[in-house]
Design a protein around this ligand. Structure first.
Ligand SMILES: Cc1cc2nc3c(=O)[nH]c(=O)nc-3n(C[C@H](O)[C@H](O)[C@H](O)COP(=O)(O)OP(=O)(O)OC[C@H]3O[C@@H](n4cnc5c(N)ncnc54)[C@H](O)[C@@H]3O)c2cc1C
Ligand code: FES
Length: 281
């Protein structure tokens, strides 16, 4: 038995959960909402993941996209990549999955981020785990300073949480800037890589924490642009995704040099991984 977030759980035994909502988000991604059959809360912090199992098919690590401030259920966004995620796309309301977790480190919403201005830098599906932190911060709005959310997608059709952005920007001192790599005929917004958004951003580096999550190629350039604002690596946190199996530090599948991403991550302080080239390139 190991304690995750203070509660005693068997880390190898999945708990059953029931699908309560499934809807298409893009052509490749589905939004899925589950409730634990025990009636308990999942008990996660923003940035953590759970191992989701489908009977007879397998198990995959999936980020928890809802904030723990949302009670009674938890949400995920799943891209159909292989056997488990394709099976998750086919689930119908009332179908069961197994859940192990929550596992891994979290964005320091209660520790380093409180009282600070926050910059979220999200590429593509990087917005999925970060959404948990965004909603946590906005739920406790008075505890945080200015919030800037930068989002980059491959194309307008690849954008996720398009409707929820309106809720975010309805709050005081929340700025949302987005860009796409390739426009379509209807797109009137910005075109270009995510770092182009940073030129319009005003940051007080002494009181800002940045969260970066996206495809591997993005980290180096996003962090370099944050340095240009005067930010230092100690105040930058990154969430890294690596192939995982056990999710609990036993199998070595997620290992990069001395790091076990499933346990020491997926959220790292950038200064702890900036020397580990494979982690950030
Ligand atoms: C901490 C963490 C959080 C994740 N969160 C999400 C999420 O919120 N939503 C989501 O859709 N997916 C997420 N993933 C990725 C997901 O776990 C993988 O795509 C998983 O392999 C899917 O299982 P599968 O059986 O469907 O596909 P598989 O049959 O395992 O793999 C399908 C393809 O994806 C490749 N692949 C597998 N894992 C990775 C990886 N980590 N990085 C790059 N390529 C990989 C395989 O090589 C193969 O080509 C996350 C992964 C990690 C480690
Ligand atoms: S996934 Fe098994 S050690 Fe990290």
């Amino acid at each position: 038995m190991v304690s995750t977030n203070g509660s005693e759980k068997d880390i190898y035994r999945p708990e059953m959960a029931t699908l309560v909502r499934s809807q298409a988000m893009t052509t490749m991604e589905r939004f899925l909402e589950f409730k634990l059959d025990s009636g308990k809360e999942l008990g996660h912090m923003p940035g953590q993941f759970a191992e989701v199992s489908i009977l007879g098919i397998g198990e995959a690590p999936i980020s928890i996209s809802s904030s723990p401030t949302q009670n009674g259920s938890f949400q995920m966004v799943v891209r159909a990549a292989g056997s488990v995620t394709r099976a998750m796309h086919s689930l119908k309301q009332g179908d069961k999955v197994g859940i192990r977790g929550p596992f891994g480190t979290h964005f320091p919403v209660e520790e380093e981020m409180k009282g600070k201005d926050i910059v979220f830098v999200c590429g593509g599906l990087g917005l999925v785990p970060v959404r948990s932190a965004i909603n946590y911060v906005l739920h406790h709005r008075e505890d945080y300073g200015n919030v800037t959310i930068l989002f980059g997608a491959k194309s307008p059709a690849d954008r996720v949480f398009v409707d929820e952005v309106k809720e975010w920007t309805s709050k005081d001192n929340v700025t949302y800037l987005e860009t796409v790599d390739r426009a379509d005929e209807e797109w009137t917004g910005r075109v270009g890589v995510i770092t182009t958004l940073m030129t319009d951003m005003t940051v007080d580096p002494r009181k800002t924490v940045a969260i970066v999550c996206g495809p591997p190629v993005m980290y180096k350039f996003a962090v370099m642009s944050l340095y240009k604002t005067g930010m230092i690596e100690k105040n930058i946190f990154v969430s890294l995704e690596r192939h995982m199996k056990c999710g609990v530090g036993k199998c070595g599948h997620c290992q990069i040099e001395h790091l076990y991403v499933c346990q020491e991550g997926p959220v790292f302080r950038f200064s702890d991984v900036s020397e580990v080239q494979e982690a950030i390139s």
